[in-house]
Design a protein. Structure first.
Length: 261
């Protein structure tokens, strides 16, 4: 077990615990550009990693009743079929070819830009979310549009997460804040997390079938990240998380722009 992977897992876990930023946005670029892991293997391994590390969080939120399962079902009805279709397409191509790796890294760059934008919007733009029409007819129309938009959002996330392992966290939460402005912050986090686990689990299992999951790498990352998340969560009460998020968003934006240019 390579100690550098354990230390990297600890560092990413520490940042996740401090800021709540999804591990995929941090871990996948690190694996590809820091360690030279093939993009398909980095994505597949990180998906299984994400499913395992997020599962405990869902259990906690479910016990606290901070999960809106109706919204989870809407998201999953779009994301899970989209993930399956994406996996079927990946199964028909060689993910290790130069063209496939180039496409995955470009898509990863777009996902990182979206994640950075979502982080910054949650910090400074969420207060400008428009409110619902309060009339009875208006509420009915708004709910139908909202349900459709949620399913479409799920489908986009399904493709994005399966290709890059990025998007289920910050991007999903930002969209939920926009579509459901009356949802409390705790329920946004819990609902987003409850949707991310089955999506990353399905996509991760699909990558496992495709042979793009490195088990030894997965174990090393978990060995470092689980203690890192715990330490970061304990430190978050006294650390200036509000200032860390813009720094991370700027870093992710810079990496994303470099990948797509």
């Amino acid at each position: 077990m390579d100690i550098s992977f354990i230390l990297s897992g600890f560092g990413v876990g520490l940042l996740v615990g401090l800021t709540g930023v999804g591990g995929g946005a941090l871990m996948t670029p690190l694996l590809i550009f820091g360690f030279g892991i093939a993009p398909a293997v980095a994505v597949g391994t990180d998906l299984v990693f994400a499913a395992i590390t997020k599962a405990n969080g869902v259990w906690v939120h479910a016990r606290q009743r901070t999960v809106d399962w109706r919204i989870v079902r809407r998201l999953a009805s779009g994301s899970l079929p989209a993930a399956l279709v994406t996996l079927l397409v990946l199964g028909q191509v060689d993910a290790h070819t130069e063209q496939a790796e180039g496409f995955m890294t470009t898509t990863l760059g777009l996902a990182l830009i979206l994640t950075a934008a979502a982080l910054l919007w949650r910090l400074w733009g969420a207060s400008a979310v428009p409110r619902d029409d309060t009339s009875q007819a208006g509420r009915g129309r708004s709910e139908k549009r909202r349900a459709l938009a949620t399913v479409v959002t799920g489908a986009v996330l399904g493709v994005l997460v399966t290709l890059t392992s990025v998007g289920a966290g910050a991007v999903g939460a930002a969209v939920l804040l926009w579509l459901y402005p009356r949802l409390s912050a705790a329920r946004v986090v819990g609902t987003d997390l409850a949707h991310a686990v089955p999506l990353t689990a399905l996509a991760g299992l699909g990558h496992w079938q495709l042979g793009t999951v490195d088990l030894a790498l997965l174990v090393a990352l978990l060995a470092g990240s689980l203690p890192g998340i715990y330490v970061g969560s304990r430190m978050s009460a006294v650390f200036p998380e509000r200032w860390l998020r813009p720094v991370l968003a700027t870093l992710l934006l810079a990496i994303g722009v470099r990948l797509v240019t």
